[in-house]
Write a protein that binds this ligand. Structure first.
Ligand SMILES: [Zn+2]
Length: 315
């Protein structure tokens, strides 16, 4: 398997890369499908996104106009499982918020869980699905906390996350939520160090006792924080195309995953929002190889780090 993956990378053989098992650990499930599937199923013409976005707000506006308004949320979830199956994603840790499933979808938690389990079994039976509960950075923390016990009592969610614009409220406001999630045995993650700083990453890991960070690429600006993350084995779930399109980094060639990996930080390669950034996990690997950021052996090592995710969970 190892040599095959490396050979496929060296030959730029995308279908070969697709055939090898990989993980996707930073995936917003409602944006996790691919445009081709949605277009053909709903007979929609979806324009390509711009090459780069000005901001997360610009990106959200594009997504609302071009996809969210035109494609029912349940179809987008279905598309994400189709994508996991097509790209041989053996471990899929994917997130969604309570409002997405209940307010917009009009479903209770039980119905939603049933629906997701059916998608998993029927569309992507070989994919281990690790559902992640996501909170918006701007959310009302006390309101979320008040319904957390009920949601977690289903013992279905495996991890939690905070996403959205990083400076909307201090990360320490989420401490109560993270304490409770820890009591339930969830793996703790948050979006941080995407548009924020290296210090923000360290603060979030310390305050919330994070096991993993979504993005965290800003850490590459601090030797001290990179060494600290490495020492504490804090995994960074990196999404190169998202970083390029949101202008977090200048281009693929100079992507900081190189530096983070060289400092011994466990990194993984992921899609973030495939419906927007249009690059599958396989394409993300191939891009990093083609642009000379990582060699085939290193990329295979990263693939193995991703698949080890399953060791963190009880069967
Ligand atoms: Zn994300």
């Amino acid at each position: 398997m190892n040599e095959l993956f490396e050979t496929f990378l060296q030959n730029h053989d995308l279908s070969g890369i697709r055939s090898i098992e990989k993980s996707d650990l930073h995936n917003h499930l409602g944006k996790g499908g691919n445009v081709r599937y949605i277009s053909s199923k709903l007979n929609l013409k979806i324009d390509l996104p711009p090459a780069t976005f000005e901001s997360l707000i610009h990106m959200d506006r594009w997504f609302n106009e071009n996809i969210r308004k035109r494609c029912p949320f349940i179809k987008r979830f279905e598309a994400a499982f189709v994508q996991a199956s097509d790209d041989n994603i053996g471990v899929l840790a994917a997130s969604f918020g309570l409002d997405e499933q209940m307010t917009i979808g009009g479903m209770d938690v039980n119905a939603f869980i049933y629906e997701m389990k059916s998608f998993n079994q029927q569309i992507a039976p070989d994919t281990i699905f690790l559902p992640e509960l996501a909170f918006e950075r701007r959310c009302d923390v006390d309101k979320e906390l008040s319904r957390l016990d009920e949601v977690l009592s289903y013992n279905w969610f495996k991890s939690i996350d905070i996403n959205g614009v990083e400076n909307q409220q201090p990360i320490k406001n989420f401490k109560k939520i993270y304490r409770k999630a820890k009591e339930y045995g969830l793996r703790l993650k948050a979006h941080v160090g995407e548009f924020g700083t290296a210090d923000d990453v360290m603060e979030a890991v310390e305050e919330l006792e994070l096991d993993e960070v979504h993005h965290g690429v800003a850490s590459a600006k601090s030797e001290f924080i990179m060494n600290w993350l490495s020492k504490h084995k804090i995994q960074l779930n990196v999404c190169p195309s998202s970083n390029v399109m949101l202008r977090v980094v200048e281009n693929y060639s100079t992507h900081p995953i190189r530096k983070l990996y060289d400092h011994g930080i466990p990194v993984t390669i992921n899609t973030d929002d495939l419906l927007i950034f249009n690059q599958s996990v396989s394409e993300e690997y191939l891009n990093l190889f083609k642009y000379g950021v990582m060699n085939a052996k290193e990329l295979n090592h990263i693939r193995e780090i991703g698949l080890r995710q399953i060791d963190f969970y009880e069967p």
